[in-house]
Design a protein around this ligand. Structure first.
Ligand code: HEM
Length: 284
């Protein structure tokens, strides 16, 4: 090996590394999410109301992870030191998503700060619960959701940033500024995000390899599947919520239309009666 060559930890072929084990055991989950994204992401980036619902879901999930993680690392428990050595504040997404949401909700935090949809409420409660009972399970979210930002996230970023439909109020002059204000989610405040990713993966591996028992590692792998499902279910929940709203609107329109016909018919009948009985004018 030449002097310049750097050792990547964990190597992609290291089948004992927890991160690699998670990737290999969640391959099907990732394929499922890719299929979902292939259909729903183009819709989201052409409709600001759908896009903001999507990042609102991510906001609640990332906030739950970061709130509970920060609580845990500030304690002095068996796991807090390990989690502290892995976590890097540059990865935090809560504030960045909050900024994006402020743009998409016109500066009205009351519109997005508390989860309303059932699955999102359940997800935040689930994260809180595991953090209390088995804090090492936070490692599942620390792998799945944060490393996704460096892979799928970097694929999505330019598409969101360049979507003319997402920032409709912006003119060609200030488009770049508006797009930048609404895409904090995808950026890291570091010179080289790929270095951050590599360092994070390395610390994750070094801290977990000997510290966790095999039983704990298996539980983290299982929880990683839950993390993927959480995102898939959350996306599907938004879709059914929007379909329900559309259905209700269509139902309301039909109701108004049918009422209008009834009123029209009644007016016609009254008109005929008045004409025939009161004015004794034949109808034809
Ligand atoms: C459009 C959607 C997505 C695309 C195109 C995509 C694409 C990719 C690609 C190409 C990789 C391999 C990167 C590498 O080997 O360095 C990857 C890895 C990964 N993705 Fe995705 N992804 C998407 C969405 C997601 C989502 C929503 C999640 C999480 C819920 C996710 C979680 C992951 C994880 C955990 C890895 C492994 C990262 C690592 O070990 O460094 N991906 N993705």
């Amino acid at each position: 090996m030449s002097r310049q060559e750097t050792i990547i930890i964990p190597s992609k072929t290291d089948i004992g590394a927890l991160g690699n084990r998670i990737n290999s055991e969640t391959r099907k989950c990732h394929e499922r999410i890719n299929k979902e994204m292939a259909i729903k992401f183009p819709v989201a980036i052409s409709e600001p109301k759908v896009y903001r619902q999507g990042i609102q879901m991510f906001y609640h999930i990332f906030k739950a992870i970061e709130d509970n993680l920060s609580e845990e690392v500030n304690k002095n428990t068996h796991y807090s030191d390990m989690l502290r050595k892995i976590w890097r504040p540059e990865l935090s997404r809560t504030e960045r998503l909050h900024k994006d949401l402020m743009l998409f909700y016109g500066g009205r935090p009351a519109k997005f700060e508390s989860p309303i949809l059932k699955k999102q409420i359940q997800s935040t409660e689930h994260i809180r619960q595991i953090a209390i009972e088995r804090p090492y399970l936070l490692l599942a979210y620390m792998h799945v959701l944060y490393l996704a930002l460096f892979a799928g996230g970097q694929f999505m970023y330019p598409k969101v940033a360049q979507s003319k439909k997402l920032f409709p109020g912006a003119s060609s002059k200030n488009f770049e500024a508006a797009s930048s204000d609404g895409t904090n989610f995808f950026r890291f405040d570091v010179e080289d995000p790929q270095k951050l990713r590599a360092a994070y993966k390395q610390d994750y591996e070094l801290q977990t390899r000997n510290f966790l028992s095999e039983q704990e590692k298996e539980e983290v792998i299982e929880e990683s599947k839950v993390a993927f499902d959480m995102i898939c279910d959350g996306i599907n929940e938004i879709e059914s919520h929007n379909l329900n709203v559309l259905r209700q609107k269509a139902g309301f329109r039909t109701y108004i239309k049918s009422n209008f016909l009834v009123i029209l018919l009644a007016t016609l009948i009254v008109y005929c009666i008045v004409r025939v009985i009161v004015f004794r004018t034949p109808l034809y």
